[in-house]
Design a protein around this ligand. Structure first.
Ligand code: HEC
Length: 162
């Protein structure tokens, strides 16, 4: 290790401290299992709090709540996690054209809890919106798509696409 190694480690530790404090202050997740899956499989691109990363992955703090309020939007959420998505999308006025991987290796209940964490804990959908059921994931699993088709379907549900 070089002489510069230690200050780098200390700088990371200092930067991590306020993050840890913020997490402790956050209200408990309504979907803790979904939260755990999110941190394992999604946070690397969408950020631990779902705010996204500029030009890499979109924020998940508003659109998922709108999708969950319509039948086609609920299908879109299930398709996105099952099959991934690629092609240009606009989210809150910014464009993203990277590749969302597929997570069809996770079972229906795990994916439903994950989507519900995104919809209710990150995007704050109102209580009038019903949580996604594992059967809604299963229905999309029975009709395989590729990520380009998932992107096409999004045209029918996206709030805006400038
Ligand atoms: C490798 C980076 C990456 C990972 C990991 C990832 N995503 Fe994505 N996600 C993206 C990208 C990029 C897009 C936009 C795709 C496009 O441009 O067509 C996206 C789009 C989405 C959308 C659609 C947003 C919209 O407005 O249509 C949802 C919902 C989503 N991701 C949820 C998740 C969840 C849940 C996980 C964890 C299982 C996850 N993502 C893991 C990169 C990622």
């Amino acid at each position: 290790m070089t002489r510069t190694g230690l200050p780098v480690v200390l700088a990371f530790a200092a930067a991590g401290a306020p993050l840890a404090a913020a997490a402790a202050d956050a209200p408990p997740a309504a979907y803790p299992q979904g939260a755990a899956t999110f941190q394992t499989d999604c946070a690397v691109c969408h950020g631990a709090a779902g705010a996204g990363l500029p030009s890499l992955a979109p924020p998940l703090l508003s659109y998922p709540a709108r999708y969950a309020a319509s039948t086609e939007g609920r299908r879109q959420l299930a398709m996105t996690v099952l099959y991934g998505m690629y092609g240009d999308v606009a989210v809150e006025g910014r464009h993203y054209a990277f590749r969302m991987p597929e997570f069809g290796q996770l079972d229906d209940a795990t994916l439903a809890a994950l989507v519900n964490f995104v919809v209710f804990d990150l995007a704050h959908a109102p209580a009038s919106v019903a949580p996604l059921a594992p059967t809604e994931i299963a229905a999309e699993r029975s009709q395989p798509l590729d990520g380009a088709a998932v992107r096409e379907h999004r045209n029918s549900v996206a709030p805006e696409d400038p």
